[in-house]
Design a protein around this ligand. Structure first.
Ligand SMILES: NC(=O)c1ccc[n+]([C@@H]2O[C@H](COP(=O)([O-])OP(=O)(O)OC[C@H]3O[C@@H](n4cnc5c(N)ncnc54)[C@H](O)[C@@H]3O)[C@@H](O)[C@H]2O)c1
Length: 371
């Protein structure tokens, strides 16, 4: 199947919410819009709100795909793609002016925690901290922004012990890995631009998000693609660390709710209680992909753990729920949709990802260890 055929055959995944037009919102810039979550945002806004203009600004890094936005590019008059880099203030200022932007959804980032432990770590500071600073400063200088929604992560709070209660937005930030530290630093800058310059910012902090359109480097799409390629799922450490997983459609509904009902200067946790350990998630994927429980060991291999691996994250999303948001897709149903999408498109959507997959052992061969 060629690329054009691919996106034509995929369902068009968007959220479910649709609010009355917000008075101050006309022209929305979505940074990182060809990536996973932001492409859901782009498609949702362009299709649910024909009266908003949506501009996707993305440098098309390795994890992005024009396939993620081709549907709206071909079918929506209110959509524009601009290739650009958030660390380049000239490019950011130009896109703000050229499209009379009044609203910013800021999602562009280096988002893969594992890579932030490695030699590409500086790129996380460059994009997530400096890039966010450039977007903030450009928005300030431009002077016409009425809403600026910054998308952050539950990881900025650091780990939450098993018996601890879910964290509110007021919890102290205590990130433990380089990715989370850069996101926390970005949150600080966003808050500083609110206090110092009255930039109308709102921060959201989200659990792990999964669903169709995610580059297969994160656990759920990666393991589905590995299994489809007859390769083993390689689990960090003993796999008992747990995470909470939110389906992308629910994440987009939350972002849409914050756009239309959120308050400036506020932080909103976007969270679910669908929590599962990495090892149990792996087993659930195996089960859902039709593999017999007695054979699970053949499909799972353990490798050295991350230098530090938070046991779990747990955030309380009550403040967001007061705005009317609720989770609609549970983990089991979301995984079914995700498995079915990756089974059909996963190995071709990003072009040739065989080099990514080939780093993992074939099922039945155990001689290679993978970190
Ligand atoms: N995926 C998750 O589970 C999750 C959870 C909580 C928060 N977040 C946050 O949500 C946002 C989106 O995450 P994602 O997983 O969808 O990311 P992703 O890695 O799929 O996409 C990131 C996008 O940003 C673009 N980008 C990177 N550097 C850029 C630059 N310098 N200029 C312009 N564009 C650039 C990439 O090309 C890509 O399209 C990130 O800010 C991330 O920290 C993600």
């Amino acid at each position: 199947m060629d690329c054009e055929q691919l996106w034509k055959e995929s369902s068009v995944f968007i959220g479910t919410t649709r609010f009355d037009k917000a008075e101050s919102v006309n022209n929305i810039l979505v940074t990182g819009g060809a990536g996973f979550i932001a492409s859901w945002v782009v498609r949702h806004l362009a299709l649910q709100y024909p009266h908003y203009n949506v501009v996707c600004f993305d440098k098309l890094d390795y994890c992005a795909s024009l396939n993620n936005i081709n549907y709206v590019d071909a079918n929506c008059n209110n959509f524009t793609f601009v290739k650009g880099d958030i660390t380049n203030s000239e490019q950011v200022l130009a896109v703000l002016h050229d499209h009379n932007i009044d609203t910013i959804f800021h999602l562009a980032a280096q988002s893969h925690v594992d890579l932030s432990f490695g030699c590409g770590s500086f790129e996380f500071t460059s994009v997530n901290v400096y890039g966010t600073h450039v977007v903030l400063e450009s928005a300030k200088e431009y002077g016409m922004i009425t809403k600026f929604i910054h998308v952050s992560t539950d990881e900025v709070y650091g780990e939450v012990k098993p018996q601890e209660t879910d964290l509110l937005e007021s919890a102290i930030l205590s990130p433990t890995n380089p990715y989370a530290a850069t996101k926390a630093a970005a949150d600080m800058l966003v808050n500083a631009y609110y206090k110092s310059f009255k930039l109308p910012v709102t921060i959201v902090r989200c659990n792990n998000v999964y669903g169709p359109h995610q580059f297969p480097e994160k656990i759920i799409p990666k393991f589905i693609c590995l299994l489809r390629s007859n390769r083993k799922c390689v689990v960090h450490g003993d796999g008992t660390n747990s995470r909470r997983y939110l389906y992308a459609g629910d994440a987009v509904d939350a972002l849409d709710t914050v756009l239309h009902k959120g308050e400036k200067g506020k932080i909103y946790n976007i969270g679910t209680t669908d929590e599962i350990s990495n090892i149990n998630l792996s087993k659930l994927l195996l089960f859902k992909m039709g593999i017999n429980e007695v054979d699970f060991d053949k499909y799972i291999e353990h490798t050295v753990d991350r230098p530090f691996n938070d046991r779990r994250y747990a955030i309380d999303a009550s403040r967001l729920k007061v705005l009317g948001w609720k989770q609609k897709t549970n983990l089991s149903d979301g995984l079914d949709t995700t498995i079915s999408w990756y089974t059909k498109f996963g190995l071709a959507w990003w072009g040739d990802i065989s080099d990514v997959l080939q780093a993992f052992p074939l099922i039945g061969h155990t001689e290679r260890n993978v970190s």
